[in-house]
Design a protein around this ligand. Structure first.
Ligand SMILES: Nc1nc2c(c(=O)[nH]1)N=C([C@H](O)[C@H](O)COP(=O)(O)OP(=O)(O)OP(=O)(O)O)CN2
Length: 181
């Protein structure tokens, strides 16, 4: 087997809002927004030498189409909340039509949690479309001064049973979902 000598890297900007309620920072517990940039590093599941003809690991357009559709159509302008956040109850009661725009993480929606969710989601999307690629690293620039890089195993950090639901959580499903509400 050939080792992975090529990595494709795609960047996308999105706007978001969140709040962190588990810590003691009042500043972080007030809903606030960031314009963030996510970068994903993609590698071939079965690496092979360039073929001397098309010479591509995968076309850029094919490699990023579904991922960017998810970021642009669902992550962009989502409100990110902990599954324990009482604001979810507010939306259920008063603005249920906006529930699909809540991105819910198990625990606080820190940049670390988002990075782990994004890697899992990217790989679920790639698996569903039988892409030859997998995501090996996610970098999220939350602000010009704060960046998180994740190159681990999402399952080590995300509680898939966070809501006690029978099925797979949204980050493991190869669809456009961002919550399990
Ligand atoms: N490890 C983490 N720590 C914090 C996160 C996070 O996701 N992971 N997030 C926040 C808040 O989102 C906050 O908005 C950003 O933090 P902070 O650096 O305090 O914000 P500033 O933009 O004011 O940073 P400066 O570099 O001082 O401009 C908090 N912590």
């Amino acid at each position: 087997m050939t080792t992975n000598e090529f990595t494709l890297l795609f960047r996308r900007r999105f706007s978001m809002a969140h709040r962190l309620i588990a810590g003691d920072s009042v500043k972080c517990a007030v809903p606030h927004g960031h314009n963030e940039t996510v970068s994903v590093k993609l590698e071939a599941v079965d690496p092979a030498p360039l073929d001397g003809a098309a010479n591509m690991v995968e076309s850029f357009a094919r490699a990023k189409a579904t991922w960017h559709r998810w970021i642009d159509g669902h992550v962009d302008h989502a409100l990110q909340l902990s599954h324990r956040d009482p604001l979810i109850g507010y939306f259920r009661e008063h603005e249920p039509e906006k529930l699909p725009m809540l991105l819910i993480t198990p625990g606080d929606p820190t940049t670390e949690a988002l990075a782990a969710c994004m890697m899992a989601k990217a790989n679920a999307l790639f698996a569903t479309e039988t892409s030859p690629l997998r995501c090996v690293e996610v970098e999220i620039e939350e602000t010009p001064t704060n960046t998180v890089i994740f190159r681990g195993v999402p399952e080590h950090h995300l509680d898939a049973g966070y809501l006690g639901l029978p099925g797979a959580p949204w980050w493991l499903r190869g669809d456009m979902s961002i919550n399990d509400l």
